[in-house]
Design a protein around this ligand. Structure first.
Ligand code: PMP
Ligand code: GLN
Length: 389
């Protein structure tokens, strides 16, 4: 047999799949892979069901159904004050994952440098490498995940094609501050580069934090690709409906890749999401409040056991410092131990780092679960660590 792709040979199975498999094997409560355990609003499901029955269920337009593209433009105007021409500045993809792939393949030439923040969401690095990009890492460390401006500046060069960023950020729960975004904007403009912004958690943001898109910064309108997804906004992660907003010139380049990747996305689901994006403010406020109360409930439980937890201003994820309860092994050993012995699965944060020297004392827990599931997980952890100590 001839060899497989050299780029992919360097990557194993994603940590999400590994931990979910282990969780199933050991009947553990799965707080590893990030997905909610309740489906999104019934009226969105009904809108998609109606669209399925009424049809057509044939290939929709390559750029997305007009209803969804119009809804994306209206959403971006409503939440961010952006003026978006739906016919030129939007594109629908099969999840944010395909939006990321199409953006990177559409913009990167072999040898271009790409600035990436560690910890990294799992598909970023393989995709950058498949496109021929050279990664330049900027490492953020727990528990505050602060950006060192000098290190960020040093990652940019005249070879930088783009920076790929994610705010609110998986797995850290960090929300980039306006100053950090401004610094990024300045560097992107200074180096005549682009910003690809993964904003899938835009509506899962807590307290008085507000989502701010780099697309709204002066000088960034022609340089920023904003990527969002129905998975997180409507608790429908299996639907894989993503959408991009960017200047028409960038969308055209990204669509060239999209047409050869998936070409299109199921029309019934696109129509369901179009309906969802127009939902009233109560829906969006409810999502944020419910996720925030899940975070607080789970954090209180972890802290009762004795875990110190990192900042979490958004996303589904809370990171616990495993050394704070006296655990001296690695985060990977910890996650395997609690999955197999305590019956609760989590994901080791070091799996999201590439560079040497990453801390190995944080475990990521997904709190996007029903209250009784979170309580049961805490009870199991409490029993296990209580018995141990
Ligand atoms: N980016 C981040 C940061 C994510 O956490 C996820 C998973 N929800 C994705 C992209 C992929 O989104 P989708 O399921 O829409 O492809
Ligand atoms: N976004 C999810 C997470 O971070 C995983 C998605 C996937 O399994 N590809 O856990």
């Amino acid at each position: 047999m001839k060899t497989s792709s050299n780029v992919l040979a360097g990557f194993g199975t994603t940590i999400f799949e590994v931990m979910s498999k282990l969780a199933i094997e050991h009947k553990a409560i799965n707080l590893g892979q990030g997905f909610p355990d309740e489906d999104g609003p019934a009226d969105i499901l009904a809108a998609a069901a109606r669209a399925t029955e009424e049809g057509p269920n044939q290939y929709p337009p390559m750029m997305g159904v007009p209803e969804l593209r119009q809804a994306v433009a209206a959403h971006d105007g409503r939440f961010y004050g952006l003026s978006v021409n739906w016919q030129t500045d939007t594109l629908v993809t099969s999840g944010a994952t395909e939006a990321l792939a199409a953006s990177l393949l559409g913009l990167i030439n072999p040898g271009d440098e790409v600035v990436l923040f560690e910890p990294l969401y799992d598909c970023y690095l393989p995709m950058v490498k498949l496109a021929g990009g050279i990664p330049k890492f900027v490492r953020l460390d727990p528990p505050n995940w602060e950006i060192d401006p000098a290190k960020l500046r040093a990652a940019f060069s005249d070879k930088t094609k783009l920076v790929l960023m994610n705010s609110p950020m998986n797995p850290t729960g960090k929300v980039f501050s306006v100053d950090e975004l401004q610094l990024l904007a300045d560097l992107v403009i200074e180096h005549d580069a682009y910003a690809v912004c993964d904003e899938v958690y835009e509506h899962i943001i807590f307290g008085d934090k507000r989502h701010v898109s780099l697309l709204t910064f002066p000088g960034m309108g022609d340089r920023t690709v904003r990527i969002a997804s129905a998975g997180k906004t409507f608790s429908l992660t299996g639907w894989k409906v993503g959408y991009l907003t960017a200047a028409g010139e960038l969308i055209a380049r990204i669509a060239k890749a999209h047409q050869f990747l998936t070409f299109t996305t199921p029309p019934n689901l696109q129509k369901g999401v179009a309906y969802g994006l127009a939902k009233e403010d109560d829906f969006y406020d409810g999502l944020k409040n419910s996720m925030q109360s899940k975070r607080d409930r789970f954090r209180n439980g972890l802290e009762r056991i004795g875990f110190a937890t990192a900042e979490c201003d958004g996303t589904y994820f809370l990171n616990a410092d495993i050394s704070s309860i006296g655990f001296t092994g690695t985060d990977e050993e910890f996650c395997r131990l609690i999955t197999t012995e305590a019956g609760v699965a989590a994901v080791p944060v070091s799996a999201f780092y590439q560079s040497e020297g990453a801390r190995q004392n944080f475990a990521r827990f997904c709190f996007a679960k029903r209250a009784e599931v979170l309580d049961a997980a805490i009870e199991k952890l409490e029993d296990f660590f209580g018995k141990r100590g």
